[in-house]
Design a binder for this molecule. Sequence first.
Ligand code: ZN
Ligand code: FE
Length: 256
Amino acid sequence: MRDLEPLPALVDNYIWFADLGDDHYLVVDPGEVAPVEAALCGRPLASLTVLLTHHHRDHIGGAAALRERWGARVVAPVDPRIATATEDIDDGDRVELPGGHRAQVIAVPGHTASHVAYLVDDVLFCGDTLFSLGCGRLFEGTPAEMAASLSRLAALPPTTRVCCGHEYTLANARFARDIEPDNAVLAEHVAWATDRRTAGLPTLPSTIGLELAANPFLRCATAAVREAVADGGVPADLDPVEVFARLRARKDRFAG
Ligand code: ZN
Ligand code: FE
């Protein structure tokens, strides 16, 4: 997979775009069509494959136009709220892509009930489940479901590149630093991300290794994060799901 690129869309979404070779292209979560057509402009097109992670409008809004105008194949989880799919997939499925690539489907309920992530080679497309230094809001799932989903992603190799659905890194950083003010990896990454955003550049893709070291939502088993949410109780008494639930609830209230 070459030229992996986040196309800025809508307010703070990224549409992920990649070259699969021989004029075959991959697009993940096209919330609108214009950035994709701009990226395709001037390139011969043999095929376009669209992967959708979940039904929210800011992730699927451009899929129908890509299907109609460019004959795109549209791969999505089984969900009546996604009307544009040409192929339904589910947890554990492997989707053959052009160029000998394949997408491995990982069910990650929590943000929405039918949310999936796709692993293509060493690249994870995780929609609104895992963000850099944060995670998605729980609209349709329980903390236990989301914690389990994040655990599956956290178990991928540390070098896995993480392609999230939004540029939320600096907003998430304010909360992460409030939880772990002494985390040196986090502090260094926030400085890097601040420079990137000042220069108008994306902070993504991240990596699983970086997120394990700096993202509080992947660090619910650490002493530092447990203590931060203990509220005067005994940190050791909190299991990781309870730590996650408290952390997510606190982030929802965080004014930053
Ligand atoms: Zn969403
Ligand atoms: Fe979103």
